[in-house]
Design a protein around this ligand. Structure first.
Ligand code: GDP
Ligand code: IMO
Ligand code: MG
Length: 423
């Protein structure tokens, strides 16, 4: 068996959570492989809405095991809160044994968040627009070989290790200025550490590979989006992990030849939250219309998302990096009232017309070349089958498939589980 991967092809918030929830009955294991609580994955079903930050989106399906993989960074306070919220809503993954944690996943400390905030506040106008969840500093400690991991929490000297890393952080923080009081946060952290000991810790690379050997089906759930990848995104306006298919290999301990289908998910338009280049961004009332109709406000931070038209060169880049085999188009319904839709096919860059994302688009703008497409001008939120798709939407899908050279296999016409059409 091979591991299928589902990941975002834009700047995050494509609707990954919704689709993992739709797909999970077909899988025995859903595994998050990177990122942390900077993610906000929204699921809607039976008039209920949930936002998950660390927990994989397969958690509502009885027969599916959910793994928080080695490549993820975990904030124990947030994880505990997510589980408390689920329990209040009548779901108890810990009691049911449907959630396990990779021993090798790194822990976000309260002082990692202070470092994130201190670093961002010093950057002024050039700031990344981080979610300030401590993601960057935690991955820095991971690659700097200082980090604390889930497996360390059960060691007798865990507290000493924690104090040692905290002391290092306080030393760095003292150079930024006054250190905010974090006594309460620290207490909550230490309590949450005790709590996460009650969730099974696993050697995730063995678990995943054994599942494959036994013929079980595994889906890797990405967080963020390809254009936020630390190596290939719009650096430095990126997150601190590999959000691509390669990240599923390193984050779960699976070999590249074990990758099966790669589902690339994208919105029928584009959004970005935080700083950084966004060639097709709209600063006018059309951008505002997309934001309002698409409810484009962050699931984690509530920040207004920047909006714009779909960007073919950026999508083609993401498809290449990930080896996408099947596409999923989300939020088509948001365009229901648009007379005309626009597609960025090329960029004007340094006086030339190019069809790829150039290296430097931060100080040097890539101006989008837009092509007009006819809108469908009808409410599609109620359609449930391929045959009901309006002709203009079918043309938009065909147009994108031709340009992207990968089939669009699913269409999402609303936030609810049932508003998903197989093409
Ligand atoms: P994720 O981070 O990729 O899981 O995406 P988010 O949950 O951050 O953002 C996607 C938002 O769009 C959520 O509020 C979803 O409920 C919503 N959503 C998902 N699919 C659709 C869709 O097809 N149409 C509409 N209107 N909303 C959708
Ligand atoms: P999901 O999984 C959208 C963005 C932040 C910021 C940059 C770095 O819900 O799609 P970080 O907190 O990692 O230091 O922030 O990345 N960002 C996201 N944008 N969706 C996300 O996750 C994001 N996670 C991080 O806004 O620009
Ligand atoms: Mg999100």
């Amino acid at each position: 068996m091979q591991v299928d991967v589902l990941l975002g092809l834009q700047w995050g918030d494509e609707g990954k959570g919704k689709i993992v929830d739709v797909f999970c009955p077909k899988y025995d294991l859903i595994a998050r492989f990177q990122g942390g609580p900077n993610a906000g994955h929204t699921l809607e079903f039976d008039n209920k809405k949930f936002v998950l930050n660390t927990i994989p989106s397969g958690i509502f399906n009885e027969g599916t095991l959910n793994l928080i993989g080695s490549g993820v960074v975990i904030d124990p306070i947030i994880l505990k809160r997510e589980l408390d919220n689920l329990r209040t809503a009548g779901f108890d993954p810990v009691g049911k044994g449907t959630l396990v944690l990779a021993r090798k996943a790194h822990l976000i400390l309260p002082t990692h968040q202070l470092l994130d905030a201190a670093s961002e506040s010093k950057m002024g106008a050039g700031k990344i627009g981080s979610t300030l969840k401590g993601i960057g500093p935690t991955y820095m400690d991971k690659t700097g070989r200082n980090g604390l991991r889930v497996g360390d929490t059960t060691l007798p000297d865990f507290k000493e290790r924690y104090e040692k890393l905290k002391a290092k952080h306080l030393e760095i923080l003292s150079h930024y200025g006054e250190i905010p009081d974090f006594t309460e946060k620290e207490e909550a952290f230490l309590q949450a550490i005790e709590f996460i000991k009650s969730i099974p810790h696993v050697d995730a690379e063995h678990l995943v590979n054994n599942y494959l050997k036994e013929g079980k089906r595994v889906l890797a759930e990405g967080a963020q989006g390809t254009l936020l990848d630390v190596d290939f995104g719009s650096y430095p306006f990126v997150t601190s992990s590999n959000t691509t298919t390669a990240g599923a290999c390193t984050g779960l301990g699976i070999a590249p030849n074990k990758i099966g289908s790669v589902y690339g998910i994208f919105k029928a338009y584009a959004t970005r939250v935080g700083g950084g280049p966004f060639p097709t961004e709209l600063h006018d009332e059309t951008g505002e219309k997309l934001r309002q109709l698409g409810h484009e406000f962050g699931a984690t931070t509530g920040r207004a998302r920047r909006t714009g038209w779909i960007d073919i060169p950026a999508l083609k880049y993401a498809i290449m990096l990930n080896g996408v085999t099947e596409l999923i188009m989300m939020k088509a319904d948001v365009l229901d009232t648009f007379e005309k839709i626009y597609v960025c096919t090329h960029y004007k860059y340094n006086g030339e017309v190019i069809d790829y994302m150039p290296y430097e688009i931060i100080t040097n703008t890539a101006e989008p070349v837009l092509e007009e497409v006819q809108g469908w001008n009808q409410d599609i939120t109620g359609i449930r089958s391929k045959d009901e798709i309006p002709a203009a939407l079918a043309s938009y899908i065909a147009y994108l498939e031709k340009a992207l050279e990968v089939p669009i296999k699913y269409l999402s016409v609303g936030p609810d589980r049932v508003q998903t059409i197989e093409l």
